[in-house]
Design a protein around this ligand. Sequence first.
Ligand code: KPL
Length: 293
Amino acid sequence: MKFIVYGAGALGSLFAALLSKKHDVLIVGREKHVEAIEKNGLIVEGLSNGIFHPKTRWDGSRYELIILTTKAYDTKKAVEEAVERFGKLPFLSLQNGLNNEEEIASIVGYENVIGGITNHGVTFIDYGKIRHAGYGETVIGEMDGKISNRIRKIAKAFNEAGIETRISKKIKEEIWRKVVINSAINPLTTIFKCKNGAIMKYKSLIREICDEGIRIARKEGYVIDDAFKKTMEIIEKTADNYSSMLQDVMNGKRTEIEEINGAIANAGEKHGIKACYNIVLTKIIKEMENVGT
Ligand code: KPL
């Protein structure tokens, strides 16, 4: 298949690297990252190892799918730019946060949106170099729940490239589960400045944060009662990774706290639930963004 990975930071680069073994992949990211890849290849260390060579310059040919891996707060701008550069193509969001699919659809329509989540842990080491620090499942699904030909084709292409992928008929529920998982792992690892595995000892706190998200998800119509169990599993599987939020704070970048914990708190407010944990975590991380590490 022909994929564009748009907004390739750590996670997008892992997908571009693995997919490029079997498919035609164009990587779009920050200029310095792209230049380093052109010079030395895309270097992946850790669980996946090697030097990969996705395309870095567009040859004008038509691609089949844009895999969007930008930060959630950049979604709208990124989709507008991508459409302008490559034309109107289907988008698969593999981003963190709650409202990416709606934002993409506001530009290209729901028929061009595929929802997705992935639980791989990836650390950005330097321009052109990433570390695959934790395995995780990838789940994709049509927004209307149908098992379409294109979703089958994408899942097959991912699996053939070694990216374990499952199709879901309830992708929005998967996205809610993933957001609740991130609502515990990401701010806690950022506050305690530690790898994912080191928060294992705060089990009761993690349970309470997850329970708050689970309760709000249910009001939205999504039953994700296993979210705490899944969170503990993902902590174990990505124990050696620095969460994307901690990486952002360490690099002086804006975090996705508003799109993760802030979005859960906003949904809670809609249903008359004061999401105390999510509100406090959002405030603490916003302070850390201002002050830095
Ligand atoms: O999604 C992640 C993130 O860091 O944003 C996990 C899966 C928790 C990996 O670190």
